[in-house]
Design a protein around this ligand. Structure first.
Ligand SMILES: [Zn+2]
Length: 295
């Protein structure tokens, strides 16, 4: 379970007593591809918390008491194992600034190799397909370019379909005898026509047909966290739409680069590819997303 780790106070104002800040996180062991919920507990309310880890800005947001702050982040599937300092600073109500740092270890994850056979059109795409993939890449870049500055999600994430998830996040994909990629997502077996639901609340930032992804939906959950769903037979949402946790996004299918009908889900935080299966296993706090800000 969660173990408390004391932060080293690097800076305090002259003559002020040491102010205790504790940083905890789950899961306790952070592996390659792990999403991480950081929880910062302060001895008094803060007006502002900013932090960086792995060279990325963490989106810390407060609980109602403003003494507990959360940030949902993660380590990329290809992040080199090692110890990475998390630097955090902020201001207490009244203006007193503080700063601290804490090492966060990223461990090696053991991923599998997976040999697949897919249609040749996907291994040696035609010039037309290549142009389509360039347009798709531009559309995805636009979709990921901006994210809400507060969490749109609230509480734990929910499975998109009822079926058991495949443990294939991080697999090395060997297509027709050649290693082409790492599997940057988790797959769910799903018969064509299975209703697919949003993992959590957010805003649809892409809902369209693409070459590899097939019919695809991308949801912005705020603070640079996105969930991506692929291979739908039919889409039921449009870009720009706000969705609730569990809302129907479309029907599963076998569009795009697939070996058969299934639902592929990816999770992306600040460009890092995280394990959807690991996120679904986490207990997450309510964020009061959508409630009017009173402060
Ligand atoms: Zn997949």
């Amino acid at each position: 379970m969660t173990r408390y780790r004391l932060l080293v106070i690097l800076m305090t104002l002259a003559a002020s007593a040491l102010n205790a800040q504790t940083l905890t996180w789950q899961p306790q062991h952070v592996g390659q591809g792990s999403p991480v919920l950081f929880t910062l507990t302060l001895d008094r309310p803060a007006t502002r918390v900013t932090a960086t880890w792995l060279g990325k800005e963490l989106g810390f947001f407060p609980a109602n008491d403003r003494r507990t702050w959360y940030a949902l982040a993660g380590a990329d599937v290809e992040q080199e194992a090692g110890s990475y300092p998390l630097s955090v600073s902020g201001s207490y109500s009244g203006g007193t600034p503080w700063a601290a740092t804490s090492p966060v270890q990223v461990d090696i994850a053991n991923f599998h190799s997976n040999t697949l056979s897919v249609a040749k059109a996907f291994i040696a795409p035609s010039p037309a397909a290549q142009r389509q993939m360039e347009r798709d890449a531009a559309a995805k870049k636009r979709a990921f370019a901006s994210s809400a500055s507060q969490p749109l999600w609230s509480g734990s994430f929910a499975a998109p379909v009822a079926s058991r998830i495949f443990d294939n996040f991080g697999d090395n994909r060997i297509f027709n005898g050649k290693k082409v990629s790492i599997h940057r997502g988790s797959d769910f077996p799903a018969r064509p026509g299975t209703p697919v639901h949003a993992l959590n609340a957010g805003r649809v930032v892409l809902a369209q047909r693409m070459f590899l992804e097939g019919n695809c939906v991308i949801i912005d959950h705020g603070n640079q966290l996105f969930s991506i769903y692929m291979h739908f037979s039919r889409l039921q949402v449009k870009a720009g739409e706000m969705v609730k946790k569990g809302q129907l996004l479309g029907l599963s299918g076998a569009t795009g680069r697939v070996t058969g009908p299934h639902l592929h889900v990816s999770l992306r935080w600040s460009g890092e590819n995280l394990s959807p299966a690991a996120l679904l296993a986490m207990q997450l706090p309510e964020t009061y997303a959508g409630e009017p800000k009173e402060r």
